[in-house]
Design a protein. Sequence first.
Length: 261
Amino acid sequence: MMGRTHALTGWCAGLAVAPFAGVTTLAQALVFAATTAGFALLPDLDHPGARASKLLGPLTGGLSWLLRKASAGLYAVTKGPRDERGKGTHRHLSHTVLFAVALGFAASAGTEAGGPWAVAGVVVFGLLLAEDALGDWLLPVSGGAVVWWVYENSPNALAELDAVTGLLGIAVALGCFTHCLGDAVTESGCPFLFPLPIAGETWYELRPPSWLRFRTGKGFENGFVFPAFAVLAVLLIPGVWTAVVGFVQDVLGGTTVEADS
């Protein structure tokens, strides 16, 4: 998938999961979804040309280099007899459920140990990733949600930030997992069940039947997948779907009254 589609599906996943994660307000839901959208791009840190790798210049570039080295080393010692002879860098270690869960736990533990400033760091990094893929509109929306959140909880805003460390872990893991699902429906597939051996491969690329796959950045993704998730991204915002249903009912009700008269 293209970076913008990964971020958009991450946003939708965040809004869909937020109520089940204990998110109770619109401001929290928007921050949660924006963080998930950002971290839905992070697995591509294993490619030097990806948005995530270029985001903060030498800093994220260095992390990208370290991730590629770690992925290649792990692939060399774990690949099965039928795995490909490639280097094992792109779409390997960071494109697994194991990586998503580990990063989610790391984010949760790190923010719990680091306090409000660590929480802010994770959220801001996620926002920057998402904004780079989806556009500048996301910064005022998410920034406004953060300000709203702080205003709602003032003077206990810092205490509230401490209380969301677990939520951030979920957002980070969910973003990475959503990325893997997105790549799994493309032609290349995704080895996200590593290290479970399947058909002689430790890095077995899961993918649906050929008629359900699509090529990255081509007509189906640009003309259908991205627009469909763009609509869903709005409808999933808390309160929007209820408002749309109410509006439709009012319109239909008014039409019925006019017809009867």
